[in-house]
Design a protein around this ligand. Structure first.
Ligand SMILES: *Cc1c(COP(=O)(O)O)cnc(C)c1O
Length: 565
């Protein structure tokens, strides 16, 4: 038990004479970490917590989603009148509510871009919970503000921005980063928008252009910012999930001719499912040509690299030396990554999520501008923030960040990881994951032959998307028909195969038992020529402990069962 050492002796500076209140105060104030409480007693409860966590990490598995017991708990549970013991809080609250989250550290849940948080990041987060810096303002956060700037400049270096010229801040997630990039784009296109509101649009209709596979957060940005979801122009994609350049050119030209103002071009480097990458350089070239031709201002180019940013760490890997000993196939993928991701530097702003591929816990996400001057467009008026002017400290991110209170853990987690791993560590972890993904894809094809089609084999990274086809069908041929066919029969066929895969996936969920691999499934990884969604199974390998043989074995059991029935 934690003792109230200091207070017991000194009785709260004798302000309080009432014995009942004194006793109660002693009971509860022991939870305050004052100068003396970070000692053996604190270590004791931390040890208790860790012992409990160890047990749930071994036992944890995702059984099903929120079940009916949840409602019962909602009705029964009440805030206690008298506080519980810390042991009970650990057991019945903290461990209880974390008990059936999949253990992402174990490697049996490669269902999405959810990394195992690494120990340096965990320690950083833990320390932030104790010290509790608030990055809104230097007086509240001290040097933690510097940590944020350092993290931004390191991330800028990785994605190819000049660290001294770029600037940015950590947000509450990739979604918020995307919203604020579009907000900045609007302010650029309509100066004074912040003060004048929608009147600043005058008669211009703002539009955003993106690929049809653009992340939904961006459509939501259009909804929130008054652009309107109808004004998000969706451009078709190539079979490699990348925005089609000819289609982009004609859509942008059409928008300009209709007198619309293109405020933002939103591109993706690493789509959530396929990890597809848009050709940023190609889009920027077309965009600049059109702006010159029609004498219209250049839109803001935002790249959502929430998923893909980490692939830029290979740019200084000496492929010919191959000091880490990657396979030839892996080196080919690294070459491809270097080629695709080198064009990130053509963006005006980039979203990066260390909590996706950077091995941090949630949340660690940043919006980075190529030119920190763009931050001025998001600046609030001095008189709107009167209580941040009390002293001489000058660093005040709250002047331009959408959030006011911001924790220090986002920047500190990625810094801790970057320094614990270095370039070499990240290259090792991500390179190995790529290598495992290549092996997984070839095993998938070898095991299921004509019954399986891998959809994103040409997209470099650690994602594998695939579809199963019923016995007797030729997968490659069938997929081509789905992707390119436009007749009603073709669409019905796609619908049928979507259902076939979804039913299989539902069956696989019922088969889950202790530590069976948990795979992902997405209802739309690409759309066909008629705009119809094509779904797929997905496996994202980030964790080095993913057991690809066990995944293949489990899929075999599933398919054998279906064929037998
Ligand atoms: C995950 C993701 C987002 C949203 O980021 P959050 O951190 O979950 O808010 C945005 N874009 C892409 C491409 C993503 O994969």
């Amino acid at each position: 038990m934690i003792k109230a050492i200091h207070q017991e002796k000194h009785g709260f500076y004798l302000i309080n004479q009432n014995q009942k209140l004194n006793n109660s105060l002693l009971k509860y104030s022991k939870y305050c970490l004052n100068n003396t409480n970070l000692d053996d007693d604190f270590l004791d409860v931390v040890t208790q917590l860790l012992t409990g966590l160890k047990k749930i990490l071994i036992d944890a598995n995702l059984t099903d989603s929120i079940n009916s017991e949840f409602k019962v708990e909602l009705e029964i549970n009440k805030i206690p009148t008298k506080g519980w013991s810390i042991e009970d809080v650990i057991q019945n609250i903290i461990l209880n509510y974390l008990g059936n989250v999949p253990n992402y550290s174990a490697g049996y849940a490669p269902l999405n871009v959810i990394p195992p948080p690494l120990i340096p990041a965990i320690l950083a987060k833990f320390a932030c919970a104790i010290i509790n810096p608030n990055l809104v303002y230097e007086s509240y956060a001290g040097k933690a503000i510097e940590a944020e700037q350092l993290a931004i400049s390191h991330l800028a270096e990785i994605i190819g921005f000049e660290p001294k010229i770029s600037g940015g801040y950590f947000t509450s997630g990739g979604s918020a980063s995307n919203y604020w990039a579009v907000r900045c784009a609007l302010e650029k296109a309509f100066p004074g928008l912040g003060e004048k509101g929608f009147k600043a649009f005058s008669n211009q209709e703002p539009v955003v252009i993106q690929s049809v596979l653009g992340h939904y957060t961006n459509v939501n940005a259009a909804r929130l910012l008054g652009i309107g979801t109808e004004n998000v122009i969706s451009v078709s994609v190539t079979p490699d999930f990348s925005i089609s350049l000819p289609a982009f050119q004609s859509q942008m030209e059409k928008a300009i001719k209709e007198n619309k103002q293109v405020v933002c071009i939103y591109l993706i480097a690493g789509q959530t499912d396929s990890f597809g990458v848009d050709d940023v350089k190609g889009v920027v070239r077309i965009c600049e040509e059109l702006c010159r031709k029609y004498h219209v201002p250049k839109p803001h180019i935002h790249v959502d690299a929430a998923v893909g940013w980490v692939y830029s760490i290979f740019k200084n890997y000496q492929i010919t030396d191959n000091s880490l000993g990657f396979s030839t196939d892996t080196l080919d993928v690294i070459r491809k990554l270097n080629n695709l991701y080198s064009s990130l530097s053509y963006a005006d702003s980039i979203t990066v999520d260390p909590h996706k591929h950077g091995f941090t816990a949630y949340t660690s996400s940043a919006l980075i501008f190529k030119n920190k001057r763009d931050l001025l467009l998001l600046q609030k008026d001095f008189h709107e923030t009167p209580y941040f002017t009390e002293d001489i400290f000058c660093s005040f991110p709250g002047a331009y960040t959408p959030e006011s209170s911001r924790p220090g853990d986002g920047p500190l987690m990625i810094l801790a990881n970057l320094y614990a791993l270095g370039y070499e560590g990240y290259q090792t972890m991500i390179g190995y994951a790529i290598q495992q993904s290549i092996i997984f894809q070839s095993k998938l094809q070898f095991s299921f032959k004509n019954s399986v089609q891998v959809l994103n084999q040409n997209v470099p990274g650690t994602s594998t998307l695939w579809r199963f086809y019923p016995p007797g069908m030729e997968a490659q041929e069938a997929y081509n028909r789905e992707l390119l066919g436009t007749s009603e029969e073709d669409c019905n066929f796609t619908q049928k195969i979507n259902e076939y895969n979804h039913n299989l996936f539902a069956k696989s969920k019922n088969m889950r038992s202790h530590n069976t691999p948990i795979l992902g499934y997405s209802h739309q990884v690409i759309v066909n020529k008629s705009g119809m969604p094509i779904s797929a199974w997905k496996c994202i390998i980030i964790n080095p402990f993913v057991n690809i043989l066990s995944i293949i074995d489990n899929l075999h059991i599933l398919l054998d069962m279906v064929v037998e029935n």
